[in-house]
Design a protein around this ligand. Structure first.
Ligand SMILES: Cc1cc2nc3c(=O)[nH]c(=O)nc-3n(C[C@H](O)[C@H](O)[C@H](O)COP(=O)(O)OP(=O)(O)OC[C@H]3O[C@@H](n4cnc5c(N)ncnc54)[C@H](O)[C@@H]3O)c2cc1C
Length: 311
């Protein structure tokens, strides 16, 4: 066997990447993880993870991800602190070029490059991220029990977030810049039905100008609506205007959906349109986008890669 050719390269060091590495090590694949620009992935900036099974102490995201990394490395994972800038999947031996210029040759690739929530681009939004501004109701909704929140957006994702929050929060404002929604009618009707009780209020033709806070937490939003400015007092703002998968470098190599999410399910759950290339986590998911689901997909991808190599 050619020494220079690796069995598995895992691109990304979030929950999907480290879990794939743990399973790949235990299968004897000697994986290499290319950790990317954000070692540990999206979770590392989060002060409290309250939904990682077995951790009722709600660890901070950075230490949780460090423990995954330590586990993967203790089993023999090799880590390259670099970023993949080019991928060539045209032959059985895949080539990945790193920003250092090094080229990795490998039989299988597990893409776990994650995704990023889109934000409004306001300075005040940046200031209050993690202090009342969030892009994930499943992750942070719990902290707003019986409080007042706003969801910004008008697509299906915004309605899913608003419906989820309507079970937790005292009141949910849905702020949308148009009058029509892109969300499915069934979801619009469901949220609409909650307006009578006053639990949900639609703020339409409205643009968020500023997130207002006391320095430590969000206290209100300033909204421009029909030419006038309105201040809405609240405790949290959930931005739900979409996600961007980190998949640009793969767009000529594997099939992607229009929004950049990787298509999987070709032959096995995590296989992409190219044999030997698997994808796991947020880069191939537009529904769940959780640390635990990403970890689960990472496990599946490593098992799928192992089966592919056995064949
Ligand atoms: C603020 C915030 C709070 C959250 N809170 C929770 C929570 O409480 N509970 C929960 O379950 N989920 C939470 N989530 C969601 C969770 O973080 C994601 O679902 C999860 O991190 C996705 O894991 P992943 O491994 O797919 O990708 P990511 O965590 O996004 O990791 C992607 C990895 O890929 C790397 N990468 C990207 N491009 C390249 C490249 N070209 N070359 C090499 N590497 C690359 C990055 O450096 C990174 O290491 C939160 C998300 C955010 C943003």
């Amino acid at each position: 066997m050619n020494q220079d050719i690796l069995n598995t390269v895992i691109i990304g060091s979030g929950p999907a990447g480290w879990t794939a590495a743990i399973y790949a090590c235990r299968s004897g694949l000697n994986p290499v993880v290319v950790s990317g620009p954000e070692v540990g992935g999206q979770l590392t900036t989060t002060p409290e993870i309250g939904n990682w099974p077995g951790r009722k102490d709600s660890p901070d995201g950075f230490s949780l991800m460090q423990s995954l990394q330590e586990h993967a490395v203790s089993l023999g994972t090799a880590v390259k602190s670099d970023t993949v800038v080019k991928a060539d999947f045209s032959s059985d031996i895949k080539e990945l070029t790193l920003s250092s210029g090094e080229v990795l040759k490998t039989r299988t690739v597990i893409i776990s490059t994650g995704a990023k929530a889109k934000y409004l681009g306001l300075e005040s939004e940046e200031k209050y991220k993690g202090k009342g501004v969030s892009a994930c109701a499943t992750c942070d909704g719990f902290f707003f029990r019986n409080k007042t929140v706003a969801v910004v957006g008008g697509g299906s994702a915004a309605f899913v977030e608003a419906l989820y929050l309507s079970n937790i929060a005292k009141k949910v404002y849905l702020i949308h810049r148009r009058e029509e929604f892109r969300a499915e009618k069934i979801m619009v009707d469901k949220l609409d039905a909650l307006r009578d009780s006053g639990k949900v209020e639609f703020v339409l033709n409205a643009k968020v100008n500023e997130i207002i806070g006391d320095g430590n937490k969000v206290t209100a939003v300033s909204v421009e609506q029909d030419g006038s400015v309105r201040k809405i007092e609240l405790d949290g703002v959930f931005v739900a205007i979409g996600h961007k998968a980190a998949t640009d470098i793969f767009k000529d190599q594997i099939e992607l959906y229009e929004d950049g999410v990787i298509k999987v399910g070709f032959g096995s759950a995590t296989q992409t349109s190219v044999k030997g290339v698997f994808a796991a986590g947020d880069c191939a998911d537009r529904v769940y986008r959780q640390a635990i689901t990403s970890a689960g997909e990472g496990c599946k991808a490593a098992l799928d890669a192992e089966k592919y190599l056995l064949r």
